[in-house]
Ligand binder design. Structure first.
Ligand SMILES: NC(=O)CC[C@H](N)C(=O)O
Length: 400
């Protein structure tokens, strides 16, 4: 039986026929695990890469999106057609080593016209070894993902047009998929470090750096820089620790608060290290705040379950309702797994809900300084409606 990604076990699967004529001039393709081939023009680095093919509907912020470590293991389809128009620069990055496995565009890369641009997107993709494809009917691809779920696929770019479809297809069909895959360990920092605000200027309306009042230990599962910036701007000195740090490692820093970062892969696959660490911190009563993967890990540590969504949420205009105030926030999102509401134990309440599909967007523990959200209050890219959550975290530390 093929699973939801269209991947069938090796012994059962049929090698698709790849006899259809290759369009002249095709220098790239997307080969899906079900044998579908979408021909296009290769962009960025040459070579091929396998991953889960997802789509992002944000109209801005392609450089932040491509450098968000949560995209490890994924090939990003941009539904917005003008990608490249502001070029790239050295500031709008969420990590120095992008983890996304490829990108799919409708149109050719737009020529840059922006005073901050220091490099054309195509050269930047090459420098960062990201393989891409343009000339793809991204609307059709997105509709396919929406109706059948995110497929596994291989993106290939070969300037001479020479690539072997059966080999690429086998790479897609053999890839196990994100379910059960721990990718946080691929993108976490190897060493602890202090977030140095002087190196990375505060941007975008968060104001100047506040002098630190609280010490926050941030667990790095693939943390976006703008989260660390937002914590610093809210008055926190931030110590970043590697993903596999234990509760003892964390508490040895005598933190006023502990932050659980975003990150790639399946949250349930990180259970052996993240869950005991979080449980130790919960026991110590230290205020806890989690974003996205961190939110999912907190739910797991509280005894709940997560599961893989068919399509996921990736974009910059997702409406979320704060159930306490009734206020609707427009949020930035990037996730493919979600907390199973029915598995939440007594004493853990849903605080935020997606107005697209009613799924859980935030939780809090009754009477404890512990909360998390599925979406991205730090934006980058996206609106800043939810920035108040950083102040809420600081408020909990203040109270304690
Ligand atoms: N942005 C994130 O932290 C993503 C969390 C998790 N990897 C998911 O896809 O659901």
């Amino acid at each position: 039986m093929p699973n939801q990604h269209g991947t069938a076990p090796k012994q059962q699967r049929q090698v698709p026929s790849f006899d259809a004529p290759r369009p002249p001039g095709a220098t790239g393709a997307l080969v899906l695990a079900d044998g579908t081939v979408l021909w296009g023009k290769g962009i960025g680095a040459t070579g091929s890469n396998v991953g889960e093919v997802v789509f992002n509907t944000a109209m801005t912020g392609y450089q932040e999106t491509l450098t968000d470590p949560s995209y490890a293991g994924q090939i990003i389809t941009f539904t917005f057609p003008h990608i490249g128009n502001i070029g790239t620069n050295a500031e709008d990055i969420e990590t120095t080593t992008p983890a996304a496995r490829g990108l799919i565009l409708r149109a050719d890369i737009t020529e840059p016209a922006n005073w901050r641009s220091t490099k054309h997107l195509d050269s930047w993709l090459k420098a960062n070894n990201i393989v891409g494809l343009s000339g793809i009917d991204t609307r059709a691809l997105t509709r396919r993902i929406r109706s059948k779920g995110a497929p596994n696929g291989v993106v290939v770019h070969a300037p001479d047009g020479e690539f072997d479809l059966p080999t690429l297809w086998a790479k897609a069909a053999d890839w196990p998929g994100l379910e059960g895959m721990d990718l946080a360990l691929e993108v976490t920092s190897a060493q602890p470090y202090s977030w140095d605000e002087s190196e990375w200027s505060l941007r975008g309306g968060y104001g100047k750096q506040a002098s630190p009042k609280f010490h926050v230990v941030a667990l790095d599962y693939g943390a976006k820089r703008n989260i660390l910036r937002c914590l610093a701007a809210s008055g926190c000195k931030v110590t970043v620790l590697p993903a596999q740090s234990s509760a003892e490692d964390v508490l040895a820093h005598k933190p006023d608060g502990v932050f659980l970062s975003n990150g790639p892969g399946d949250p349930a696959a990180t259970g052996d290290y993240a869950v005991p660490m979080i449980q130790g911190v919960l026991k110590a009563g230290v205020p806890l705040f989690g974003i996205c993967l961190g939110h999912q890990m907190l739910a797991l540590a509280l005894g709940a379950k997560t599961f893989k969504m068919d399509t996921g949420h990736r974009g910059a205009n997702h409406p979320v309702k704060d159930l306490a105030t009734g206020r609707v926030e427009i949020t930035s999102q990037n996730h493919g797994f979600v907390v199973d509401e029915t598995s939440l134990p007594a004493g853990v309440k849903v605080t935020h809900r997606s107005l697209f599909d009613q799924s859980v967007e935030g939780i809090a523990v009754d009477g404890k300084p512990v909360f998390s959200v599925q979406y991205h209050p730090e934006a980058s890219p996206g609106p800043q409606d939810a920035h108040y959550l950083f102040d809420r975290f600081v408020g909990l530390m203040e109270k304690r």
